[in-house]
Design a protein around this ligand. Structure first.
Ligand code: FES
Ligand code: FES
Length: 227
């Protein structure tokens, strides 16, 4: 209970700093601006608290690497890390993500050097790429807790659907990412010709700085001061 009150008080302080106003615990109850940390940055969404996290990330923060597939929890295309756990962001409301640390595919590595990203490219486990961000997130969560996964471990931890059928290569890619994580091998993946990681980051305004966090509508998502 004390922890909950402390969390609310911290949230209150964040809101107060942002609005230059005093905030009471009673006001917090009615507040409609869930706050969380997205890719290392404090963000506050001025949206309905029941908005799926997927839509807040894509529409308010322009983090479109997280994909909308089925919208009902079946495909895994929308997976993001929430406090290190791979969750389907179409099933998580921004109210439920309040105070959590969210990592999208854009935040997994600023230069696409995460072992999972390197291994997916090296093993050519990507075809159209629509499912790839969700798979990379699920695989990153798995490798973090188990850097030497069996094929069965991978099938259980990465249940994502892929219309192109990259499944056989996926197992080898994720096991290879595990070996890279365990420092058993390295991958020297050359950048794709014509696509520099810096160029890719430029096309994601939300990764550039505070002024870009709200996309076209700066009122819908704003950075907050650290509590
Ligand atoms: S869009 Fe979330 S599981 Fe398919
Ligand atoms: S690579 Fe096309 S859906 Fe998976």
């Amino acid at each position: 209970m004390a922890t909950a009150r402390a969390d609310k008080a911290r949230h209150c302080l964040t809101i107060a700093q942002d609005r230059q106003a005093k905030c009471t615990l009673a006001q917090i109850t009615d507040d409609k601006m869930p706050a969380m940390t997205v890719n290392g940055r404090p963000v506050q969404f001025d949206m309905d608290p029941e908005t799926p996290l997927l839509h807040a990330l894509r529409d308010a923060s322009n983090l479109t690497g997280t994909k909308y597939g089925c919208g009902v929890g079946d495909c895994g295309a929308c997976m993001v890390l929430v406090d290190g756990e791979a969750l389907r962001s179409c099933l998580v409301t921004i109210a439920e993500a309040e105070g959590r640390f969210v990592t999208t595919i854009e935040g997994l590595s600023p230069d696409r050097s995460h072992p999972v990203q390197q291994a997916l490219v090296a093993e050519q486990a990507i075809q159209c790429g629509f499912c790839t961000p969700g798979i990379a997130i699920a695989a990153a969560a798995l490798i973090r807790r188990n850097p030497d996964p069996s094929e069965q471990d991978i099938r259980e931890a990465v249940p994502n659907l892929c219309r192109c059928g990259v499944y056989p290569r996926l197992v080898e890619a994720i096991q290879r990412a595990g070996r890279v994580t365990r420092r058993r091998e390295t991958i020297s993946a050359a950048p794709v010709p014509g696509i520099d990681p810096a160029d890719a980051a430029q096309s994601v305004p939300a990764m550039r700085g505070p002024e870009g966090m709200g996309g076209d509508d700066p009122s819908s998502a704003t950075e907050t001061s650290e509590p």
